[in-house]
Design a protein around this ligand. Structure first.
Ligand SMILES: [Zn+2]
Length: 255
């Protein structure tokens, strides 16, 4: 049976709750789910326009592939987490006695039943045999409950599947000595300390306010050229300004 999807209503619901993921549909196949998510991102349906205003991803669902989407507009939202590190209770046997200890494990940031986002983690303190145990608890917005045993099992499966990778170190943001965008780059770097998900357009606005008109214009030009336009990050814009200054500098040396 083909179920009618009211995209107009879904789009309105998402726009009313920016950043909050909404379940769009459960597709029978991964391919159909991924195609559905792509259509939302591209804004093929008027409900999800302009293109890029909505973010959508396909996730495993117990009955197939679920597409979850959210409105991002041009807001400075942090990207969706893919994994989360949690502390859970684990049974352990010591000298023939069953005890409880806290294990720190990495799991998916998605509910394993419906693919929805898992809930925010809160610290949970309890005392056992006179010893304080500090672990994490979370309630999933979808209502599915994550029990410690299932979480530990998921973590074990992940560990067997993934080999730990060294995280690439992001390039440092620092203005080029003598560069014309030096002050602008340093200003963006400072802003990112407190607001790491600032968009390039936001950066252009505060550079303008600081009287750094030239840098603000350069950032806006960068956004216009950027593949996803307004979704360009301030970090990407700063790296662009650094590259501009470095290029100018190497040009001077060559002359
Ligand atoms: Zn769920």
């Amino acid at each position: 049976m083909k179920r009618y999807i009211d995209h107009a209503a879904l789009g309105r619901k998402m726009a009313a709750l920016p950043g909050v993921e909404v379940l769009v549909h459960v597709y029978s196949s991964l391919e159909n789910g991924q195609a559905g998510a792509r259509r939302i991102r591209a804004g093929n349906n008027p409900a999800y326009q302009p293109a890029g205003a909505f973010e959508a991803h396909a996730h495993r669902h117990q009955d197939g592939t679920a597409v979850w989407a959210r409105y991002v507009g041009d807001l400075d939202l942090p990207p969706l987490a893919t994994t989360m590190t949690v502390r859970v209770h684990e049974l352990c046997a010591q000298d023939g006695v069953i005890g409880v200890r806290v294990a720190t494990v990495e799991i998916s940031a998605r509910c394993q039943v419906c693919g929805g986002p898992r809930g925010e983690v809160r610290e949970y303190r309890t005392t056992r045999d006179g010893e304080e145990l500090v672990s994490d608890v979370w309630g999933n917005p979808c209502g599915h409950v994550d029990f410690d045993e299932a979480v530990l099992e998921e973590a074990r499966r992940r560990q067997a599947r993934y080999r730990p990778k060294a995280k690439p170190v992001p390039p440092e943001l620092r203005g080029v000595e003598g560069g014309r965008y030096r002050a602008a780059v340093d200003a963006i770097a400072e802003a990112l300390q407190t607001a790491p998900w600032t968009r390039a357009n936001t950066a252009a606005r505060f550079l303008e306010e600081q009287g750094q008109t030239e840098a603000a214009d350069a950032v806006r030009a960068f956004v216009r050229e950027y593949p996803t336009g307004g979704q360009a990050s301030a970090r990407a814009a700063a790296l662009y300004l650094i590259a501009q200054d470095e290029e100018a500098k190497s040009g001077e040396v060559a002359e």
